[in-house]
Design a protein around this ligand. Structure first.
Ligand code: SF4
Length: 196
């Protein structure tokens, strides 16, 4: 008999596969339900999200909710939005900011989880790791080139986005087309998909 979705989520939440590489321990931060219409594939939780266990419960999340034009109750409604990072646990700090998502995580869990999100119509690939994971060989040389070509990916139901982290403020300033062209389309699609 096929495993229930709840049982799969319970196995993910109790995962300890790469615990020896996680200086702060395992605390998978994600949300998912087969009804979700919008899938957010992000990078990995930061320290603040690790503390609360709630994905995007930080300044990046505030900016992302602003991009989508939705409030926290809508954002955290798993029946509408699935949030599935490339790494579910906080990987710890490196020399220049947080370490990348643990490489074990997406290959272990995405093939089990993503095919069960039958309702997904649009996937947001947020940041370079997620863009690589979602688009693979279809991505361009750089994140900026991939994001600039956003229209071609909408045809396959994907919107590549820069990470909404405050660390990327300079990128937003230097690429004003993002706010002018991409965000209105994102907001319109989100409103249609989520019924907000
Ligand atoms: S990062 Fe992923 S694979 Fe590693 S312990 Fe957390 S849930 Fe498991």
């Amino acid at each position: 008999m096929a495993e229930s979705f709840g049982s799969l989520m319970a196995r993910i939440r109790s995962c300890r596969a790469c615990t020896r590489h996680l200086p702060n321990g395992c605390r998978p931060a994600l949300q998912a339900h087969p009804d979700a219409r919008l899938l957010i594939v992000s990078q990995a939780p930061g320290r603040k999200v690790h503390a609360t266990g709630i994905p995007f419960d930080d300044a990046s999340g505030d900016r992302l909710r602003g991009w989508l034009g939705i409030d926290r109750p809508a954002f955290y409604d798993e029946h509408r939005i699935a949030i599935v990072p490339m790494g579910f646990c906080y990987p710890g700090k490196g020399r220049s900011g947080d370490l990348p998502p643990r490489p074990e995580c997406a290959p272990l869990w995405h093939p089990q989880l993503l095919p069960r999100l039958h309702g997904v119509v649009l996937t947001l690939a947020i940041g370079s790791h997620a863009i690589r994971g979602v688009l693979g060989g279809r991505r361009k040389e750089s994140l900026t080139e991939t994001c600039t070509a956003w229209r071609e990916y909408l045809d396959i139901g994907v919107l590549p986005l820069p990470h909404p982290s405050p660390r990327n403020t300079a990128w937003f300033v230097h690429h004003p087309w993002f706010e002018a062209d991409v965000l209105p389309v994102l907001r319109r699609r989100a409103r249609r998909l989520l019924g907000t």
